[in-house]
Design a protein around this ligand. Structure first.
Ligand code: CP
Length: 306
């Protein structure tokens, strides 16, 4: 069921499968800092091909592979690769398919991971495709909610910021709508969640959309903050209109629920000031650290299959 499986979209996984990864990630947690004593992937090579910048996803995938005994090859910038000479994605994938047992791909174009999966025999893991999906981030986000706030069901979960271009929001809100929750989408008009995603989610869970975070802060257990992604705006003037629109200050959090947690996929710019970092609500650095056990679980499942 898992062996050689592509992880392209979170919609390819059902709730039981997501929870299976989470359960395995919890078992991997003690080994995510010390290494797995059995080195179960010692005969495997994992390729990380990053056509867009990344700190957390690439390095946590590489750390996860190494903690399981696998070796890693790939690139984090196009300079020095034949992509800079014009090589197509499909050709690069065909080549790396012969050099590795799994390919982790980040690419600026939505649909790139699906395309790559059609050219590779080895499993392809989508590490973010433009404004599309980021499924392994979704699983680590659900793992964070589960570890830091308890069972997902019954919660009010709010997304604030760039809901239009934020692929982590797209993947995570879809996955969370499989649980018994309420969703709050907080954004300016220009950055609303895409209609097709909202329409799909609304079939399963109650959704409230607003521009005003103050209006809903008391109904929220998990506040998922996102960066306004300057690099995805076709027009810089449009970016300037919404830059800095939401800033999560301690005074706002003090009006929230007692067990409110604040998450962020990172990197952040100015939407969460550093004065929040030491508050009990701040879970975003913990969230980033969970990238290693969750990605260990995913690599173990797709490369060993049991
Ligand atoms: N959360 C996330 O995708 O971070 P990076 O862009 O640093 O990989």
């Amino acid at each position: 069921m898992w062996l050689n499986r592509d992880i392209v979209s979170i919609s390819d996984l059902n709730v039981e499968e997501i929870m299976e990864v989470i359960d395995r990630a919890n078992k991997m947690l003690p080994y995510s800092s010390s290494g797995h004593p059995e080195k179960p992937l010692s005969d495997k090579i994992v390729a990380t091909l990053f056509y867009e910048p990344s700190t957390r996803t690439r390095l946590s995938f590489e750390a996860a592979a190494m903690r399981l005994g696998a070796r890693v090859l790939g690139f984090g910038a196009l300079e020095g690769t034949s992509v800079s000479k014009g090589e197509t994605l499909s050709d690069t994938i065909r080549i790396v398919n012969g050099y590795s047992d799994a390919i982790v791909l980040r690419h600026p174009s939505e649909g790139a991971a699906r395309l790559a999966s059609e050219f590779a025999d080895v499993p392809v893991i989508n590490a973010g495709d433009g404004a599309g999906q980021h499924p392994t981030q979704t699983i680590l986000d659900i793992f964070t909610i589960w570890k830091e706030s308890g069972p997902v069901s019954g919660k009010g979960i709010g997304f604030v910021g760039d809901l239009k271009y934020g692929r982590t929001v797209h993947s995570l809100s879809k996955a969370l709508s499989l649980f018994d929750i309420s969703l709050y989408f907080i954004s300016p008009e220009e950055l609303k969640i895409p209609k097709h995603i909202k329409k799909d989610i609304e079939k399963r869970v109650p959704v409230k959309e607003t521009k005003n975070l103050d209006e809903v802060i008391e109904d929220i257990d998990v506040l998922y903050v996102t960066r306004i992604q300057k690099e995805r705006f076709p027009d810089l003037e449009e970016y300037k209109k919404v830059a800095g629109i939401y800033v999560i200050r301690p005074s706002l959090l003090s009006r929230g629920r007692k067990n409110l947690i604040v998450m962020h996929p990172l990197p952040r710019v100015d939407e969460i000031p550093s004065e929040v970092d030491n508050l009990p609500q701040a879970k975003y650095f913990k969230q980033a650290s969970y990238g290693v056990p969750v990605r260990m679980a995913i690599l173990d499942l797709i490369l060993r299959g049991d």
